[in-house]
Design a protein around this ligand. Structure first.
Ligand code: XLS
Ligand code: NI
Ligand code: NI
Length: 435
């Protein structure tokens, strides 16, 4: 197939002084590719056309004039390889239904998928682009209006199971390094018609069936759950990192799953992304990142390309403290704004996202090398290393012994406890120095 995006050249690193929109200022592919593990989101970059509730698609894309859905699907697959290669982006991700259209039956749909997967496999032979993760779209079709694994109808559960079975097979076929479950419509609109307990049990059952099938076919990629608190349902069961952890633990799924955290989802849950990252890291389930950002003024999932350096720095701080993302990566689950309708906008959006993370990674590694925050953190908790602190940590104290130690102690002022300053403003000034 001839070049689909002739106006986009191979993007080169030109350094921070460059004012070319089509050049990297911070991301140096040869140096950063393996640590940042960027991925393109097929659904946003190849499929989204800019439709919103008030207006039609705006995006100019090479497949717009192609009527046959399978021909358009083939062009898109060529498109993702062309663009990831031009951007030196090592990975892509997809939902089954992004890459191939549904047919009249599941059998026909699977056939469509097989054709496109064969094409992808072929393209991979001559390309450095690999598959970070696959997933199934179990939310778009009307059959999923009440959920997939959590639908009140077992036939819908069965259909979703069949769909995920196939999605696992094609993810394996393409060498996918992870498999993602984003909740889709696994949640509820109103408790008045919802058996929440049964729905959550069914969701756990579904995930166990997926784990069993992966073992059966020898898929060794990492399973990931992607938390989100709301949208499309009013309440999503995978609310945030902590909720997912509790769910995985309750249903004996913890050994098989990590989390794919998304910045805009964390903020919808009223957390910073740093919060969800820290929680996941502390619990050994930080798997991968959907690297986007929301809009502080809007309460929905705007899925914007990441440009906020403060946020990318703190994300990379957690990633580096985690020893990297292992099989995970930084997936741009992000779409250009509806008004940014040109192909060049798509390239520029990825470039700024990649540069923002590369720059965040540089700041984070300098902060870590200098122990810029660690020293103060250690000092803050130093009391737990000796005396009564150490003996509480060692389990040697009781309420009685602690009362005895406090009854006549000098406790009139905060300083009698050894309390230091929280130094928040100072700490924020330190982060600013590294940006
Ligand atoms: C939607 C999710 C979705 C997942 C993949 O809000 O972010 O795009 O990443 O199903
Ligand atoms: Ni999102
Ligand atoms: Ni996502």
């Amino acid at each position: 197939m001839s070049e689909l995006f002739p106006s986009i050249p191979k993007i080169k690193f030109e350094g921070p002084k460059s004012d070319s929109p089509l050049a990297f200022k911070y991301y140096e592919p040869a140096k950063d590719k393996d640590s940042l593990r960027f991925a393109m989101a097929f659904w946003h970059s190849m499929c989204a056309g800019g439709r919103d509730p008030f207006g039609d698609p705006t995006a100019e894309r090479p497949w717009n004039s192609v009527a046959d859905p399978m021909e358009a699907a083939k062009m898109r697959m060529h498109g993702v390889f062309e663009l990831t290669e031009k951007l030196s982006m090592p990975y892509f991700c997809f939902h089954d239904r992004d890459i191939a259209p549904e047919g009249a039956s599941l059998r026909e749909t699977n056939k469509n998928l097989d054709v496109i997967v064969a094409l992808a496999k072929d393209l991979m032979k001559g390309s450095p682009t690999k598959l970070l993760w696959g997933t199934a779209n179990c939310f778009g079709n009307p059959r999923y209006m009440h959920g997939a694994a959590t639908s009140p109808e077992p036939k819908v559960f069965a259909y979703a199971a069949a769909q995920v079975k196939k999605a696992l097979e094609v993810t394996k076929e393409l060498g996918g390094q992870n498999y993602v479950f984003w909740g889709g419509r696994e949640g509820y609109e109103t408790l008045l018609n919802t058996d929440m307990k049964m729905e959550q049990e069914n969701m756990a059952k579904f995930l166990h069936l997926a784990v069993d099938y992966a073992k059966e076919i020898g898929f060794t990629g990492q399973f990931l759950i992607e938390p989100k608190p709301k949208e499309p349902t009013k309440h999503q069961y995978d609310f945030d990192a902590a909720t997912c952890y509790g769910f995985l633990k309750e249903y004996d799924l913890l050994p098989y799953f990590k989390l794919n955290l998304e910045t805009n989802h964390a903020t919808l849950a009223q957390h910073t992304m740093q919060h969800d990252m820290r929680f996941a890291r502390d619990h050994g389930i930080l798997g991968s990142v959907d690297a986007n950002q929301g809009d502080e003024m809007l309460g929905w999932d705007t899925d914007q390309f990441p440009t906020n350096l403060y946020v990318t720095t703190l994300i990379m701080y957690e990633v580096q403290k985690n020893g990297g993302l292992h099989s995970g990566g930084l997936n741009f689950d992000a779409k250009v704004r509806r008004g940014s309708y040109k192909v060049e906008d798509l390239a520029i959006a990825h470039i700024v996202g990649m540069d923002s993370f590369a720059r965040g990674a540089q700041a984070a590694s300098r902060m870590i090398a200098d122990k810029a925050l660690d020293k103060l953190l250690d000092e803050r908790y130093a009391g737990w290393k000796s005396g009564v602190g150490a003996s509480i940590r060692a389990g040697k104290e009781s309420f009685k012994s602690l009362e005895a130690a406090m009854l006549d102690a000098k406790t009139a002022n905060p300083s009698d406890f050894g309390l230091g300053s929280g130094k928040q403003e100072y700490l924020e000034s330190i982060v600013n120095r590294y940006l």
